[in-house]
Design a protein around this ligand. Structure first.
Ligand SMILES: [Zn+2]
Ligand SMILES: [Zn+2]
Length: 848
């Protein structure tokens, strides 16, 4: 084996896959250590062929799992499949293949790819959410929530996708479109099952304190905005209902503007509208408005750009603060779902109210003035703080102070109170579709809604169902499913025919992984408390407002139920970036998918793994390139040649055997550094610096690409040494140590080639069972420098890194610092000054 032609990835990879399987190299959790590490990648949704996004996600997790396991941790690194859900069903409708069959076929493909890529999963412990063994416990959890008063069926205006023929959760509506099929979503009023996630709104915010060090700030910000906490006041307006008063509360964050209320708005679909409107002509007009409004999505309705439409109801409401009667209108931009479905309109100080008032000629009254003066007709709404004017006894006060005083006044008079409002809505979990876990509830004429008792679970999903969408749940057409016996009275009853949103299944799978085969319970409490929380979670940021909020909610409910000891499921979360092709997100519908199998069949899995990590920073969007894989393949050939050359030398060298013995398993240094010449010292230093950098880059920074670059630099230097110093003058111990440790630090990334070379070098033991090497602190220390990161001259972060880095690399590190990011977000970066080994100053232009 002396030339790179003898590197044959297909041959060695096949051999090692079989060997590792036999040797159980993948069970990382069985090692005995008192330190645990739970690493988890979001499990795949098997809707089609595996793609490069999958390859990236799972390779990142795998490399971390492999390194952590070798730092003496017991590692749980499980896999499963998020197997229920709409896409499988939609595909089944097109192809005519049953969703169960197509899902299982897709799981097979995915499993094959993951195995071929040597991702360290123990497939004997895999979990499939569409298995009755699993969804039995999803149903059990539903009943637990029901018992705790956290699951309820209620009438609500819901998001309806005409194309998928089902309702969607708010989180599944992206810019007014269906998250699954991209069609426009419209409102329908239906009776549906909800999980009361709103009861946990404040705790979802408060507990961010527990995870703030391990989650990117931008993800927590997305969740904060989604939960949308605001402080203000509830104010009780009275509606004149043909002589009888109806109390209708509104929520406002600006009680200081109450004197500026010149009209009152009800959502067009508000049920009160039909009660209060008596005039037939107005009724007709409102119907016309409603027709237009219902064609708009919630996003469109709420958008500042959308034209405001509405009409006067002919009725009046009374402002409780000053007793003023103001006209009641209906309008498109007030939504029934938000707050109470009614607002007090203050056109002088709210942009949308201003536009509406101008269009319909309604009075605009200034009550907050920036300078305390009256300004006559306003050109636009003034939304800032200021001095209260035209506000009765509150006139002349500063508005923040006035806000408090007015709330106090409202409370004293019992016409309102301080209130906290959340934008978060309850989680709609019913789906009028087939491929999901049936909701375990029956309806009885005598007993009402009756939960299915635990011993009758699972409520099995029948196989033979016509699942073409009709708008009604497909299960409703199976009479033998629908008609059942009431668990309460034994009389005839009907089953719920909706199934659960697939996000319910994925809200607890990480708990099931801790005891995947347990038949008697959803999870083993002890196992869960041992492994949880997940130490590192990896997956796409698109789940920030769905899966990542739902899972946090589930964990809190289970904590309250006394079933788990932790309140947060994921201590650290890392969102990786997407892989594009020609600048476009890879997707089946666009036909631009690179299947990992094309790559590993041609270059081997090592080249694929190496390239997917080397392609760019793991959290950024990267564009796939075939020539890039070719480059990775060439680098592996270079490693092969270098190691071969060294092995040949070591084998022929007289001291070879002694060197092997003395080096021992951990390849400890047994030679006098003082006796090395300059180039040898450089190799030694570079080796130890690289070990340190690779360790930190992988475990702390997710900088896989720079870890790989530093390994490449090490290989270059080792080449130089081999070229300049021919055997027998080479320092055999140094060559032995550097070759061995190079293979070890490359092995999590390229497990096959390193195992093969390791076997040739040592002839025993798997490289994947070696300890992760330590580095020589003395040698590494002298090279470290501290670099300060500034934004507009102010210190924002600092790091200790190896000196002598190129400016571009230091700049990248500075820009990726979370602490720095906070200060450059939303601002324009004007200039970046880098003083090598000292500081980076980022100059930004503040936007407003
Ligand atoms: Zn849809
Ligand atoms: Zn009954």
């Amino acid at each position: 084996m002396s030339s790179d032609d003898s590197y044959e990835p297909q041959k060695i990879e096949k051999k090692w896959l079989e060997s590792w399987q036999r040797e159980k190299i993948y069970s990382l959790k069985s090692r005995s250590s008192n330190k645990k590490y739970y690493i988890l990648e979001m499990f795949p949704y098997p809707s089609g062929e595996p793609h490069m996004g999958h390859a990236r996600n799972y390779t990142i997790g795998d490399v971390i799992a492999r390194v952590i396991a070798r730092k003496d941790f017991n590692v749980l690194h499980p896999i499963g499949f998020d197997a229920f859900g709409l896409p499988a069903e939609n595909a089944a409708i097109k192809s005519g293949i049953h969703p169960k069959e197509s899902t299982m076929a897709n799981i097979d493909k995915m499993r094959k790819a993951l195995k071929r890529m040597a991702i360290t999963y123990d497939f004997e412990d895999e979990v499939i959410t569409s298995d009755p063994d699993y969804y039995k416990w999803t149903q059990w959890l539903f009943l637990l929530f029901y018992g705790m008063g956290l699951a309820e069926k209620k009438e609500a205006g819901v998001n309806w996708c005409d194309s998928c023929q089902t309702v969607l959760a708010n989180e599944q509506v992206i810019s007014g479109k269906c998250e699954r099929c991209d069609s426009t979503v419209r409102k329908r009023v239906l009776s549906q099952w909800f999980f009361k996630i709103t009861a946990y709104a404040q705790r979802l915010l408060d507990d961010m304190e527990l995870i703030k060090d391990g989650w990117p700030e931008r993800v927590l910000t997305i969740q904060q905005n989604w939960i949308g906490r605001s402080e203000g006041a509830r104010v009780d307006f009275k509606l004149d209902n043909n002589g009888r008063d109806i109390n209708i509360p509104v929520f406002t964050t600006r009680p200081d503007t109450l004197y500026g209320v010149t009209f009152f708005i009800l959502a067009a679909e508000h049920p009160l509208v039909d009660t209060i409107v008596t005039d037939d002509c107005i009724k007709k007009e409102i119907e016309k408005i409603r027709e237009q409004v219902f064609k708009q999505s919630d996003i469109e309705r709420g958008s500042a750009e959308t034209e405001k439409i509405g009409c006067f109801t002919g009725q009046y409401a009374t402002n409780p603060l000053n007793g003023e009667r103001v006209p009641i209108w209906v309008a498109n931009y007030v939504l029934l779902e938000y707050g109470t479905g009614a607002i007090m309109a203050v056109p002088a100080h709210d942009t949308r109210d201003f536009d509406f008032a101008v269009k319909y000629g309604i009075t605009i009254r200034e009550v907050i003035s920036p300078d305390g003066k009256n300004h006559g007709p306003l050109e636009s709404a003034y939304t800032g703080e200021g001095i209260m004017v035209n506000s009765g006894p509150f006139t002349g006060k500063k508005s923040p102070e006035g806000k408090k005083d007015i709330i106090k006044f409202l409370e004293e008079k019992k016409i309102g109170s301080f209130e906290i409002n959340y934008k978060l809505k309850d989680w709609l979990i019913s789906r009028q579709r087939y491929w999901g876990a049936p909701i375990p509830v029956v309806y009885c004429d005598r007993c009402g809604t009756v939960p299915v008792p635990e011993e009758k679970l699972p409520v099995l999903l029948p196989y033979d169902v016509d699942f073409r969408p009709t708008g009604l749940s497909p299960l409703a057409y199976r009479e033998d499913f629908v008609n059942t016996e009431c668990p309460g009275c034994g009389g005839p009853a009907k089953r719920e025919t909706d199934t659960m949103d697939t996000f319910v299944c994925s809200s607890w799978y990480f708990l099931r992984y801790c005891s995947p085969h347990l038949a008697e319970q959803a999870f083993d409490k002890e196992e869960v408390n041992h492994w949880m929380p997940v130490d590192q979670y990896i997956g796409g940021i698109e789940h920030a407002t769905m899966h990542l909020i739902y899972s946090r909610f589930f964990m809190k409910v289970l904590y309250d139920a006394g079933l788990v000891a932790y309140r947060e499921p994921f201590t650290r979360y890392y969102p990786h970036g997407v892989v594009t092709l020609g600048g476009q997100k890879m997707s089946k519908s666009k036909g631009n998918i690179v299947n990992p199998s094309e790559i590993y069949n041609k270059y081997g899995a090592d080249a694929l793994r190496l390239y997917i990590l080397f392609i760019g920073p793991a959290d950024s969007m990267v564009d796939w390139s075939d020539s890039g894989v070719d480059g990775s393949h060439r680098f592996l050939k270079r490693v092969w040649r270098l190691a071969s050359d060294n092995m040949e030398f070591l084998r022929n060298h007289a001291t070879c055997d002694i060197a092997y013995e003395k080096a021992g398993i951990s390849l400890k240094t047994q030679y006098d550094l003082g006796k090395l010449d300059n180039l040898e010292r450089d190799v030694y230093k570079k080796l130890h610096q690289t070990i340190k950098k690779v360790t930190i880059d992988i475990l702390d920074r997710f900088n896989f690409n720079t870890a790989i670059s530093s390994i490449m630099e090490l290989v270059n230097l080792m080449y130089r040494y081999n070229e300049e110093v021919k055997p027998p003058s080479r320092h055999s111990m140094l060559v032995y140590e550097s070759t061995g440790k190079l293979l070890i630090i490359l092995s999590p990334i390229a497990p096959f080639i390193t195992e093969e070379l390791w076997q040739i070098m040592r002839g025993r033991g798997s490289i994947h069972r070696t300890d992760w090497p330590d580095y020589d602190c003395e040698v590494v220390k002298e090279e470290m420098v501290t670099i300060i990161f500034q934004v507009n001259g102010k210190l924002r972060d600092k790091i200790e890194i190896q000196g002598g880095k190129p400016s571009s690399e230091i700049q990248d590190i500075a820009l990726s610092s979370e602490k720095v990011k906070k200060f450059i977000e939303n601002n324009q970066v004007v200039k970046i000054i880098v003083v090598p080994d000292k500081l980076v100053n980022i100059v930004v232009k503040q936007s407003d």
